[in-house]
Design a protein around this ligand. Structure first.
Ligand code: XLS
Ligand code: NI
Ligand code: NI
Length: 437
């Protein structure tokens, strides 16, 4: 079945920075070593099935524009099964080794849960075959708990107990197929877990229900022997006015409050950080500080448009910052860089899907190489280390060790006098980073 969807597009090759061929990699050279790992093992790129294969490219003002000649436009299982082979041809041609999906992206929802499960199984059969044939793996799976009308007031946080039950049943199945496909992770994005108005909302109850669903999922994970990581994906708003998983710090607080730390890590998305009023590096550093960075949804927003525009990331400075945080933390374990991004409504031809992924893969390859060079140089980390060096001995060490309290610090200060404070050197550091870009 392969070679049918993109007959004119060859396997994308690395041709180097001087190439003028738009269908080539200029910087991403999968097997090139950066430090002790190849580029592909550092970056672990993944295709987001819902965007690459299912997004019709509609916006609030206009219908979908996407031309997808392999798709017959129907909601049939056969169409969904055919699409699997298109997805794998696409990933193979780009050298993408992972993909992510929601249950309802890959298979049509039926009239009953039983029918939906049967549809899903029929498509998962194909996914399993295609994975075996190509070696492409599942980075993470998830359940779509936000498109169907039943979820209009939330899934786990719906005021209606039967909707919670339905969500649990849907997550159970999605987790089982993720396990069957050897998925390395499972993501919980709280699609509509939030509120549109406080006039009708009991926050305490809703948030408790969300924790209950996650606890059931953790129990089921253990029961079926799924060893992948669980992720929670922060997003502050959209579609609801306020989403409970609003940012990395809110998610960590939620996990701690409900005894779920260690059971779930974070899947951070760049555009969601922007919507939360944070930089992506901030979100990554917050997650890393709590030992909870799991995976990344790599995309970008539009600074001038206030919604989740899910654009392909092409900002080299941003990619460099992300790679600095990632490398410093030791890199991905089971996570990866999932392109949770869609081509613009104006970019409606199949080849645009290639341009988009090529550009982002090259962007992160550059970010990776630059971040590696900064770390290898060492001046940046040395500066930060030096900045905190008063904590490594003397009074600083005694404070960190919990050996002293107010009394001792008062008498210490009486004899020590005015502390010596040094410049933060922000501009010097900004220049230092720029020297590598
Ligand atoms: C939407 C989210 C979604 C999750 C998976 O904004 O980013 O795509 O990644 O449910
Ligand atoms: Ni996402
Ligand atoms: Ni998003």
């Amino acid at each position: 079945m392969s070679n049918e969807a993109f007959p004119e597009i060859p396997t994308i090759q690395f041709e180097g920075a001087d190439s003028k061929n738009p269908l080539s990699f200029k910087h991403y050279n999968a097997d090139e070593m950066v430090g002790d790992k190849s580029m592909k093992d550092h970056l672990r790129f993944s295709m987001a099935y819902w965007h690459a294969m299912r997004n019709p490219l509609a916006d609030p003002f206009g219908v979908g524009t996407a031309e997808r000649p392999w798709d017959d436009g129907s909601d049939s299982v056969e169409n969904a099964q055919r699409r699997v082979w298109v997805a794998f041809e696409f990933m193979q041609k780009l050298g993408l080794e992972y993909y992510c999906f929601h249950d309802r992206d890959v298979a049509p929802e039926g009239a009953t849960l039983e029918e939906s499960n049967r549809n899903l199984d029929a498509v998962v059969d194909e996914l399993e075959k295609a994975q075996k044939e190509t070696g492409i793996k599942l980075l993470w799976g998830t359940a779509c708990l936000f498109v169907n009308k039943r979820y209009n007031q939330g899934a786990a946080t719906s005021p209606f107990a039967d909707v919670f039950a339905y969500s649990a049943a849907q997550v159970k199945k999605a987790l089982e197929v993720t396990h069957r496909l050897g998925g390395e992770g499972y993501t919980f994005w709280g699609g509509r877990e939030g509120y549109s108005t406080l006039w009708n909302t009991d926050i305490k109850r809703e948030v408790n229900h969300l924790a209950l669903l996650l606890k059931m999922a953790v129990a089921h994970k253990k029961k079926i022997g799924f060893t992948g990581d669980f992720y929670i994906e922060p997003k502050p708003k959209e579609p609801t006015t306020h989403q409970y998983d609003s940012d990395a710090a809110a998610c960590l607080n939620f996990l701690r409050e409900h005894d779920l730390m260690g059971e779930l890590k974070l899947n951070l998305e760049t555009n969601h950080a922007t919507l939360a009023g944070h930089s992506m590096m901030h979100e990554m550093e917050v997650a890393i500080a709590a030992d909870s960075l799991g995976s990344v949804d790599a995309n970008t927003g539009d600074e001038l448009i206030g919604w989740d525009t899910d654009q392909f990331p092409t900002d080299i400075y941003l990619a460099t910052k992300m790679m600095l945080s990632l490398l410093k933390s030791g890199g991905f374990d089971k996570g990866g860089l999932n392109f949770d991004a869609k081509v613009r409504r104006e970019s409606f031809e199949p080849v645009d899907l290639f341009h988009a992924h090529i550009g982002s893969m090259d962007t992160f390859a550059r970010g990776l190489k630059t971040a590696h060079a900064i770390l290898a140089d060492g001046r940046w980390q040395d500066f930060v280390k030096q900045r905190y060096s008063t904590w490594d001995s003397g009074i600083g060490k005694r404070i960190e060790n919990g050996e002293v309290g107010f009394e001792e610090l008062e008498s210490y200060t009486f004899s020590n006098g005015e502390p010596s404070v040094k410049s933060g050197r922000q501009e010097m550091l900004e220049n230092l980073i720029n020297d590598f870009i």
